[in-house]
Design a binder for this molecule. Structure first.
Ligand SMILES: [Zn+2]
Ligand SMILES: [Zn+2]
Length: 223
């Protein structure tokens, strides 16, 4: 077992009786009530971007499919925040298992890498923990194929267009994915720039197809 997965299981020992979303005692990971409050994706949403109206037919994104547990709101948002910022790395066990309930084709499970300074600060890459649990549940191989090439500017400091371009050469390949479908895991899908550029990098290095799996998608404005 890797050190990071070990620490998730170790933390579970301490947090095992607190829900990761509502903090109530007596539940392991996420309580049934909070799980039932996750706002699921709309059935009519486009399978590529999970929006109701989009331009995926005219301008398809680089990845083939996007799968998300729900919208980044309410109980799902609260538990993701605890997972990322409040030491609840153990929630990777629950989130990874929930993601594993999606039907996906075979492929290599790859996490979106974290910038080195953020990794140092947080102590773990939440996407890597998710990817390891997911891969284990699915019986699929896990590889850290991507890494961050450069220090990109913090996304919040930029305008929309700049945000997109800021990540255009953020990733590089660590190991060739030639001929292998990739299942790319990340925590949140916001503008889609990370998913797009990370998949672009994998496709350019020879992967035939990339599927993106995330915990939550930012809710798009849809009148
Ligand atoms: Zn709860
Ligand atoms: Zn679409």
């Amino acid at each position: 077992m890797t050190r990071s997965l070990f620490s998730a299981k170790f933390l579970r020992f301490f947090f095992k009786s607190r829900c990761g979303a509502c903090s109530h005692w007596g539940e392991s990971g996420l309580c049934p009530f909070c799980l039932s409050r996750f706002e699921r994706m709309k059935e009519e949403a486009c399978p590529t971007c999970l929006r109701k109206s989009c331009e995926c037919v005219e301008h398809p994104p680089s990845y083939a499919r996007l799968l998300a547990l729900g919208y980044y709101r309410g109980a799902l948002r609260d538990s993701i925040r605890r997972f990322k910022f409040h030491g609840r790395a153990d929630l990777a066990l629950d989130f990874g298992a929930l993601l594993a309930s999606f039907e996906v084709p075979d492929g290599i499970v790859v996490p979106v890498p974290l910038a080195p300074d953020r990794l140092a600060k947080r102590g773990y890459n939440q996407s890597e923990l998710l990817a390891r649990v997911f891969a284990q549940k699915k019986g699929l191989p896990f590889r850290n194929l991507l890494r961050r090439r450069i220090e990109t500017l913090p996304q919040f400091s930029l305008r929309k267009r700049e945000r997109w371009e800021n990540l255009s050469d953020a990733f590089e390949i660590f190991e060739s994915p030639r001929g292998k479908r990739i299942l790319l895991l990340d925590d949140i899908f916001t503008s889609g720039a990370t998913a797009h550029w990370a998949s672009e990098t994998l496709l350019a290095a020879g992967a035939p197809e990339v599927w993106v799996l995330v915990l939550a998608r930012a809710k798009p404005y849809e009148p």
